[in-house]
Structure formats: structure tokens, C-alpha cells
Design a binder for this molecule. Structure first.
Ligand SMILES: Nc1ncnc2c1ncn2[C@@H]1O[C@H](COP(=O)(O)OP(=O)(O)OP(=O)(O)O)[C@@H](O)[C@H]1O
Length: 374
């Protein structure tokens, strides 16, 4: 195996009746989400990386450090792997204050003050330092657990469903801190989740796992639109993901113009971001319609030239019939539109046909635009 930066994971492991055969590369920076059904093998990957379990064969390398190499007999113990681990439950020591919990995992009792300070600031922990865990909310506990993991100065951060035990308001409270992590912490972050919402908000890179194997891996926008993702998304959730940037603000109308994949303009409801800020945009297939001739005098603000690249007939359990169109907007830029069978038939749509995609600016709200970085 050639040494690349980031994490190389290739191993086989028999766990009860399950045979795992994992092979993946995790980028050196950003959040990599491991996604898949219960029992697919996500936690087993985390355990193999951290050293909590030992594969039967294979190699695990973090940058140029070998953590596990079956043939060479290398199997670094957990404490030498420089791994930060955040579990579903915060697992704080109840008899220590937040400050005591944070100091617990630190290598030196007198850490570099800039490190201590930046973790406190990143996770807004300063006001909590004197409290005991019993006086913290679930979300606050998780922020302390993340802080404790970061203060151990790890080379990689592993997070196994860190929001799963929190209710929705607490999840929303912690999510912005997690979004910040990818921008501010320059180590690989591996994040296990079942939640599509967490995946959409946090993943830079996505690895789909099924029955102990990697089904698909790549940039989240690319994996999201792959066939492998289809079983996860019911019709109302079918959507396209784009990376883009804030291009201009039109304050008097409360609108923001984004540019998708650098050049495709998209007006959305006001998004509070600076010009140039990187964003991810989710466009639901049910919010996209098509028209053969460029419309005039229309209320719709986004009218984009497109070509049909695929047509798929779908039906739901309630007898509803739909047609899903894949529309090419530009190089590596595909948009889905969901229309009725009736419209498909009347417009005589065919693959290769040129037309216009229409997206109502008012249907694109703050929650569809996700901050990615400056
Ligand atoms: N120690 C073990 N002994 C026997 N089987 C195991 C052991 N650990 C895990 N397994 C099995 O290996 C498979 C993968 O488990 P793993 O916990 O990695 O899945 P997962 O994708 O993380 O699931 P979940 O999302 O439910 O946590 C499962 O079928 C599980 O039952």
C-alpha cells in the first residue's frame, strides 16, 4: 500500500457471523462521515482505527505512521495511537469539574496555553469550567467530551454518533460547534451517524458502508447523487447537493445570489453570509420544474438552461406516479426535477432534449444553505 496523507484503512475481520472487508482512504482534513444501516460495520471501523479491537489481517496507517500491520506484526496500543474518541454518551467523570475533566486527558498538566485557550474558545467552554457534569445539559456534556478529546492533542478525531443521545433542540445546539471543527481542526475527523440531517450538515467526504464493505466513497455531493444513496431517500427527500459561494447580497429584496460550481447563478432567500463564503446548497427535486421555451414575465427567479440526461419513472406506495428527470446544468453539475407523468407525457420529454429548469427563489431558505467555510 502506498503511503498517502490522511488515513489508510484496509482490514479483514470476522465478528460473529459478520465478515468485514474494509478498504478506504480518509482525507487528512475535514469531516468524513461513515454512513450505513445498523450493523453495517461503522463502529467496527472506528474500533479498528483506535485499537479497541484487532483485525485479523490488513494495514492501518495514519499519515506516515503505521498503527496496525498484520504481516509486520505491528499493533500499536490504544494510548500510542494518538486518537481522540468521542462516544454517544459523554462519559465524563462525575466527581471532576469540567476543568478537571478537560485536564484529565492532557499529555502535560501545563499545556500550551494557546491550545487550551483555543479549545475553550472553539467550544465555548469557559463559562462551564467550574461546573460538575450533573449541572450540564446533554449538549454541554458533549462539548466538554469533544474538548477533552481535542486537548489530548490527537492526530485523528473519531466520533461515534456523538449526537444520538440528544433530543432535537440539543442536537441543534451542538451542531454549529461540530461545523466549526472541520474548519478549525486540521486533522482527519471520522464521524459515524445514521442521520441524514447530520450527514448533510457536516460531511465533507462520505463513505457508505453496507454488510462490512465500502459501497461508495467520495465528496459528499458526488456520493449523495449516486445510485447507492437512492434507497436512503424517499421521494420527498430526493434532492441535489451543490457546493457554491455567496456571490452577492440584494438587501432591499432580502435575496442572496449564490454561484453553484463557480458559475451557475442561483437566487435564494436571504442567507446571512459574507460574499465569497463557501456554502453547500440542497435543492429538492420537488422544487424544480421544467419548461421547453424560456419563459417571459414570470415570477420565478431561477431559470437555468439544462439538458435531460436521464428519465426515470417512479411510483410510491399510495399509487402516486412521478417522473424523475436528471438535468445537466454544466460540467459535473446535475440537478433532479420531479414532475408528474402527465407533464412528462404532454411535454414529450426525451433524453438529450434541451430545456429550462425553474427553481423558485422563495423555496430556497436558510436551512437549505449550509455554511462550509470562509
Ligand atoms: N464483538 C462482537 N462479536 C460478534 N459480533 C459482533 C461484535 N461486534 C460487532 N459484531 C457484529 O458485527 C456487525 C457490525 O457491527 P458494528 O457495531 O460495527 O455495526 P454499526 O454499523 O456500527 O451498527 P450500529 O449503527 O447499529 O452501531 C454487526 O452485525 C454486529 O452484530
Amino acid at each position: 500500500m502506498t503511503v498517502k496523507t490522511g488515513l489508510q484503512v484496509q482490514f479483514e475481520q470476522q465478528l460473529g457471523d459478520t465478515s468485514l472487508a474494509m478498504d478506504m482512504h480518509i482525507p487528512a482534513k475535514g469531516i468524513t462521515v461513515l454512513f450505513g444501516r445498523s450493523g453495517a460495520g461503522k463502529t467496527s471501523v472506528i474500533n479498528a482505527i483506535s485499537g479497541l479491537s484487532q483485525p485479523d489481517s490488513g494495514v492501518i496507517c495514519l499519515n506516515d505512521r503505521v498503527l496496525f500491520h498484520h504481516e509486520q506484526g505491528v499493533n500499536l496500543p490504544v494510548e500510542q495511537r494518538k486518537v481522540g474518541y468521542v462516544f454517544q454518551e459523554a462519559r465524563l467523570f462525575p466527581h471532576y469539574t469540567v476543568q478537571g475533566n478537560l485536564r484529565y486527558g492532557m499529555k502535560t498538566k501545563h499545556p500550551r496555553s494557546d491550545m487550551w485557550q483555543s479549545v475553550l474558545e472553539l467550544l465555548e467552554l469557559e463559562p462551564l469550567l467550574a461546573r460538575y457534569p450533573t449541572a450540564l445539559s446533554g449538549g454541554e456534556k458533549q462539548r466538554v467530551a469533544i474538548g477533552r478529546a481535542l486537548l489530548s492533542e490527537p492526530d485523528i478525531l473519531l466520533m461515534d454518533e456523538p449526537l444520538a443521545s440528544l433530543d432535537l433542540p440539543r442536537k441543534r445546539e451542538v451542531m454549529p460547534f461540530l461545523e466549526q471543527l472541520a474548519e478549525r481542526i486540521h486533522i482527519p475527523i471520522v464521524y459515524v451517524t445514521h442521520s441524514l440531517d447530520e450527514l448533510l450538515r457536516l460531511a465533507n467526504y462520505l463513505i457508505l458502508i453496507e454488510q462490512g464493505r465500502v459501497l461508495e466513497a467520495g465528496a459528499v455531493e458526488q456520493v449523495w447523487s449516486s445510485e447507492t444513496m437512492r434507497p436512503w431517500l424517499d421521494m420527498s427527500e430526493r434532492s441535489s447537493l451543490f457546493s457554491g459561494r455567496v456571490h452577492q447580497q440584494w438587501q432591499s429584496y432580502g435575496l442572496t445570489e449564490l454561484r453553484l460550481n463557480q458559475h451557475i447563478p442561483l437566487w435564494v432567500q436571504h442567507y446571512a453570509g459574507a460574499v465569497g463564503e463557501a456554502v453547500r446548497v440542497q435543492i429538492r427535486a420537488t422544487d424544480v420544474s421544467v419548461v421547453l421555451d424560456k419563459p417571459k414575465n414570470t415570477s420565478i427567479r431561477n431559470i437555468l438552461p439544462a439538458t435531460i440526461t436521464a428519465i426515470r419513472h417512479l411510483h410510491n406506495d399510495h399509487g402516486g406516479r412521478y417522473v424523475e428527470l436528471t438535468l445537466r446544468l454544466g460540467e459535473q453539475c446535475e440537478l433532479w426535477a420531479m414532475i408528474t407523468e402527465w407533464a412528462w407525457q404532454e411535454l414529450r420529454l426525451t433524453v438529450g432534449q434541451s430545456l429550462y429548469a425553474q427553481i423558485k427563489g422563495v423555496s430556497m431558505t436558510q436551512s437549505d444553505v449550509i455554511h462550509l467555510g470562509a
